[in-house]
Design a protein around this ligand. Structure first.
Ligand code: SF4
Length: 439
């Protein structure tokens, strides 16, 4: 790796799952605004629903999600009851609208149990028009997947499951506080397939403590043995000032920027050689998977969950910390589950922050999403001249090519696409937020 590439890899920039990014959300946007934006959705507007469950049996050291460890049933049941209330409130404002996409995330959403999953799904089915449902996805922990859960998921029409794998090497699993041998994952995948769930995703990670390029390559090969439809490869983001559980990670065992880049490249090469199509910054899919098809046809999108084929007009986030996207802006629920519960008990939404889009936000948001999805974007003269000083060093180092208003990320620049996106971010210069490294 050249010293300039190393310099770029070490720069801290947002992940651009939204624009404006979350540090620019403010308390000026609250529950009333959320309710107004919901009610203003046209009756035919399609909705994507995301349900967040902020509980896990135990916390993994590397976790960057909004979740907490619990082994008690009562806080989980209390939370599910408020999710039902939030669904009822959302239905009151925007019920009956078509829903093509449902996703459950967390935390470990299955922790609420098969019965609560069924009950919440029934509430959604009663409140919205699920006739157009094209994708129904859930994140699962292979250590917590059994036949009863697999059957419940199939019964409510889940057709895509994402398993957290990270790395199959025992020394890495010990260093991240999540021990799950290959056999555990294999068994979970088999149960899900036997129950009739059509698609399986596996989530892998690089940049973990004690992890090497060899571990990453070996993990890619072992993962491919399970024939997943998609794989995601995320770089571990070490942000212990935001996620105190990450203080359990031995910082001295973390790979440096050059090793992280080598690991990302090793995984990419292995997965492509195994027949997967590389999509965007961090996804891989079988050529016939809807995401690979969308990428080929220029229909790939990016939202809070990363790359997606979801084209819905609005995203409604349900649960603590969940983010919603409306044509007018973003809203976010209280991250603390107690604050979330208190708000629902007071009879209103739990929105605590958000941002109303300016015209410039909408314009730049589209450009940044395009760049993150397609590695190329056409800029108008105004944005090009404004971003030119920030794009120039990337072009000088061969990470991007600029021809007229057309900006294209080169093959060697792809791992650095977040830096090109940052060059278009008018708000980044104003912010004080700390971000994770670019690669
Ligand atoms: S990584 Fe997944 S299973 Fe582990 S604590 Fe975070 S959300 Fe829970």
């Amino acid at each position: 790796m050249t010293s300039s590439a190393l310099f770029h890899a070490e720069r801290a920039v947002p992940r651009y799952t939204s624009y404006p990014t979350a540090p620019h959300f403010s308390a000026e946007i609250g529950a009333e605004q959320h309710a107004q934006w919901l009610a203003a959705l046209p009756s035919g507007a399609s909705l994507s629903l995301y349900l967040h469950v902020p509980f896990c049996s135990a916390l993994c050291f590397y976790c960057g999600c909004t979740t907490k460890a619990t082994r008690r049933a009562s806080p989980v049941a209390a939370y599910v009851a408020r999710l039902e209330r939030e669904i009822a409130l959302a239905a009151g404002a925007a019920g009956g609208r078509p829903v093509p996409h449902i996703a459950w995330g967390g935390g470990t959403p299955s922790l609420i149990g098969p019965e609560a999953l069924r009950r919440l799904f029934d509430r959604l089915a009663a409140a919205f028009d699920l006739e157009p449902l094209a994708e129904h996805a859930i994140e699962l922990d292979p250590r917590e997947t059994d036949a009863a859960l697999a059957d419940a998921l199939a019964a409510i029409g889940v057709d895509r499951v994402s398993f957290g794998v990270q790395d199959f090497s025992a020394h890495v699993q010990t260093a991240i506080g999540r021990v799950q041998p290959f056999g555990t994952v294999e068994r979970a995948v088999t149960l899900i397939r036997e129950a009739g769930v059509a698609a399986v995703n596996l989530d892998l990670m690089y940049g973990l403590p004690r992890q090497t390029a060899r571990d990453v390559r070996r993990t890619a090969h072992m993962a491919a043995q399970l024939r997943p439809d998609r794989l995601a490869l995320f770089g571990y983001a070490h942000v212990p000032w935001v996620r105190p559980n990450q203080r359990l990670i031995d910082q001295s065992a973390l790979p440096g920027a050059a090793e992280r880049l080598e690991q990302a490249e090793a995984a990419r090469e292995a997965l492509v050689a195994l027949g997967y199509v590389a999509i965007g910054l961090d996804h891989f899919a079988r050529a016939d998977d809807p995401m690979a098809v969308a990428a080929r046809e220029g229909r790939l999108r990016r939202n809070f969950q990363g790359y997606t084929v979801d084209q819905a007009d609005a995203l409604i986030g349900l649960g603590a910390s969940a983010i919603s996207r409306f044509p007018q802006g973003f809203t976010q629920n209280a991250a603390d589950s107690h604050a979330y519960i208190r708000a629902l008990d007071a009879g209103h939404f739990a929105t605590v922050r958000g941002v109303a889009f300016t015209r410039d936000d909408i314009r730049r948001g589209r450009l940044i999403e395009k760049l993150m999805c397609d590695f190329a974007v056409d800029l108008d003269e105004e944005i090009l001249s404004e971003a030119a000083p920030r794009l120039a060093p990337l072009a000088a180092d061969g990470l991007i090519r600029i021809e007229g208003g057309h900006v294209e990320v080169t093959p060697s620049g792809r791992p650095f696409v977040r830096l090109a996106a940052a060059a278009l971010d008018a708000r980044l210069q104003q912010g004080t937020a700390r971000h994770s490294v670019a690669v």
